[in-house]
Design a protein around this ligand. Structure first.
Ligand code: TXA
Ligand code: MG
Length: 322
């Protein structure tokens, strides 16, 4: 069992990563669990610690575009336009990989997901490394993503020795993943950059490619994901009140309280109906309810626009039961 330290030392993080160890790193979206993306042995540890199936590929992080050229072989014009505008930021681009990225990172795909995260501490760390970092979200596979160092240490503290402390993640929801096919723009995962902004930038409609499926052919887009341990459901509360005592029902609301449930069991994502604020609270509030003394949690969908789409995507996956 490892003794896990939470700290702000870039040098300590670098030393561990240089030795093929794992380090949790802050980003603006969620905390990542990082390893040298060029070393298969280091990357293998990510899958083991997260208990993640190897058909689910990893995103590779770098501090600038020049470094991304080291491990990608093409950069389509539309990808360049998005990179120029949204990086550093919550955007992952799928680009053809070079041989220096092991197949384990991409689950055998010829494309690698790349991103420049918007977090000063992690950018400074990446800048000092002569390799990029493969980093999935720093949670056990399928569970709620971490947005604070304590979320990481609670769940993975026995298996990793260092968490780089960058405070609370400002965006709070994972990056938007975009792929390119001929002239088409494919959205593989809704996330921190709303699709409206991508369409505006490229003056082109995107294609949503985020179909729910259990098939490994759509890696990482499993219908059930981001899930709390407690039963989590969406929809009408009336049905639940018939079955559970009201003191045992937790509620994740968008902007107002539900009647008949104790207020102490309810969390509000954004009183002012702001989906940006709601996204930044989503995972930590879901986690709080999961750790509270309730038997069931009920959530409600938010307006399906801007970041609301990504929030609803996470809520639907968290509620998926089969
Ligand atoms: O915001 C984020 O993207 C965070 C932070 C840490 O950067 N990372 C993250 O990683 O969410 P993870 O491993 O939890 O989710 C990565 C997902 C995969 O599940 C898969 O859906 C998609 O990215 N992905 C990665 N590489 C891919 C590839 N080559 N082809 C298709 N999908 C890919
Ligand atoms: Mg994840």
């Amino acid at each position: 069992m490892k003794k896990c330290v939470i700290g702000k030392s870039i040098n300590k993080a670098k030393k561990l990563l240089d030795a093929d160890e794992l380090v949790a790193i802050p980003t603006e979206t969620v905390y990542g669990l990082a390893a040298n993306a060029y070393h298969t042995e280091a990357v293998l540890k990510l899958f083991q610690v997260k208990n993640r199936p190897t058909f689910d590929p990893l995103i590779v992080h770098a501090s600038d575009i020049d470094k991304i050229y080291d491990f990608t072989s093409a950069f389509p014009v539309n990808a360049q336009k998005l990179a120029e505008h949204f990086w550093p930021g919550p955007l992952t681009l799928l680009l053809p990989k070079k041989k220096n990225i092991p197949d384990l990172v991409t689950a055998g795909s010829k494309l690698v997901g790349v991103r420049i995260p918007h977090h000063q501490l992690t950018l400074s760390l990446l800048d000092k490394l002569d390799y990029p970092l493969a980093a999935p979200s720093a949670n056990p596979f399928g569970y709620i993503s971490p947005t604070e160092p304590l979320h990481v240490s609670t769940q993975l503290g026995n298996s990793i020795s260092y968490i780089l402390d960058g405070g609370h993640c400002t965006i709070g929801i994972e990056s938007t993943i975009v792929g390119f096919d001929q002239n088409e723009i494919l959205i593989y995962r809704l996330g921190g950059i709303p699709i409206e902004e991508i369409e505006n930038r490229l003056q082109k409609k995107v294609i949503l490619f985020t179909n729910d499926t259990k098939s490994p052919n759509a890696p990482g887009m499993l219908a059930s994901h981001y899930a709390p341990r407690k039963k989590f459901t969406l929809g009408s509360i009336d049905r639940i009140i018939e079955t559970y005592p009201t003191t045992k029902i937790g509620v994740l609301n968008f902007c107002s309280y539900k009647k008949n449930i104790p207020a102490s069991n309810q969390l509000i994502l954004s009183y002012r109906k702001d989906t940006i604020e709601a996204a930044s609270n989503l995972f930590s509030f879901l986690r709080k309810l999961d750790e509270s003394d309730v038997d069931i949690i009920i959530g409600e969908l938010v307006p399906e626009e801007g970041l609301g789409r990504a929030i609803n995507d996470r809520l639907r996956r968290a509620a998926h039961t089969t």
